[in-house]
Design a binder for this molecule. Structure first.
Ligand code: GDP
Ligand code: CA
Length: 351
């Protein structure tokens, strides 16, 4: 069924918001799963774009996890921001899911020849240009939110009738660290080191968001949630992608207070991750690696939690008191399948 022939959730959201205006969709996202899902959200809004060019635009505001950020060889790297930016800007390596298309690795090889550590983090030659500009701007005193907006200028994330804005969850550094056992010793390592260098193998005792005590929500983050017509939790890692965003002061309260519906999509399908290491993260929080486990972890908005609705894969089930659960195909195997997921999520938001 084509999207155009379906009922129009965007018109409804617009009407439900009591305004004849474009809609404002807020998405909380990590890297690859979040970015792919956003392609679907953008496709749905584009499909519903006002016909005249002069008409005001729909808005997608993406609140992006920055807990994965790190400094490598003096460069400030923001993996999730870059994955979303390259994906929506059509510069992503679609096979790998992260990094630039047609990437080369000569700088990395040269660094290796010097024996420079860390050698486990892959910095591609094209990618390095992004990090050079970011680092230079940060060093000059610009906050990450402004640096991100400047980088996105090049990539033109919007499409006709829809503007896309990336909002880092915080301008302050908040970095996810992992308390784990490595070679029999208790160590605290950056999340990227645990994931890339140690392949998420060391059993996790705890995730710690270093810097959180000094962090506040990035510019526009709380306002976006408060004024949204729909808030979607992308099928991103609940612990290390959505988790840090929710931990930023004020975000959870904003989600609980918004008049928009808050609907999440399960990153767990058939009791397993589709990709990544959420199955290694969830047990550290005593959360079952199931669609139901993740929904219970987020909890119902009716009782101290966040969710009004939860989408699970068609073969899954989830019984979460206080949360309406719907079952649909939840695999982003094609642009059409991804857009159908986004449409179902937006449809859910209209009640
Ligand atoms: P990362 O920061 O690159 O790890 O990306 P995210 O946190 O945004 O997304 C990772 C999550 O996306 C993993 O937990 C995956 O299970 C989930 N994911 C990836 N592809 C799909 C998909 O096609 N469908 C669903 N439902 N989840 C997916
Ligand atoms: Ca990530």
């Amino acid at each position: 069924m084509s999207l155009a022939s379906r009922q129009d959730p965007i018109c409804y959201l617009r009407a439900a918001a009591g305004k004849d205006e474009p809609v404002r969709v807020v998405v909380l996202a990590g890297g690859v799963g979040g970015a792919r899902f956003l392609l679907g959200v953008r496709a749905v809004l584009k499909d519903q774009a006002p016909q005249e060019n002069a008409a005001p635009e729909h808005r997608i505001q993406v609140i992006v996890n920055t807990g994965d950020d790190l400094t490598v060889h003096g460069l400030r790297v923001c993996p999730d921001l870059d994955t979303v930016m390259y994906t929506l800007g059509d510069g992503i390596d679609t096979e790998r899911g992260w990094g630039r298309r047609a990437e080369t690795w000569q700088a990395k090889d040269e660094l290796t020849a010097y024996g420079a550590e860390p050698s486990w983090f892959g910095l591609g030659d094209r990618d390095i240009a992004t990090h050079l500009i970011r680092t230079r701007m940060l060093d000059a005193g610009f906050p990450l939110s402004e640096v991100t907006a400047a980088l996105c200028e090049r990539w033109q994330l919007g499409v006709r009738g829809t503007r896309v804005q990336l909002l880092p969850m915080s301008d302050q550094r908040v970095e996810t660290h992992v308390v784990c056992q490595i070679d029999g010793a208790r160590r605290v390592v950056h999340f990227q080191e645990w994931w890339i260098a140690h392949h998420a193998q060391p059993p996790v005792e705890e995730f710690v968001f270093v810097g959180l005590d000094r962090a506040s929500a990035g510019p526009g983050v709380l306002e976006a949630i408060a004024e949204a017509d729909a808030v979607l939790l992308a099928p991103s890692n609940p612990v290390v992608s959505i988790g840090p965003i929710l931990a930023v002061p004020g975000v959870r309260q904003a989600l609980r207070g918004t008049s928009a519906k808050v609907v999440g999509l399960s990153p767990i399908v058939d009791g397993a991750v589709v990709r990544g290491m959420a199955d290694k993260c969830l047990p550290a929080l005593d959360v079952a690696v199931t669609a139901e486990g993740v929904a219970r972890h987020y909890g119902p908005r009716k009782a101290d939690g966040l969710l009004d609705g939860w989408l699970v894969h068609e073969t899954d089930a989830a019984d979460v008191p206080g949360v309406e659960v719907r079952r649909i195909p939840l695999l982003m195997r094609s642009p059409e399948a991804t857009a159908a997921m986004a449409l179902a999520a937006l449809d859910f938001c209209r009640g």
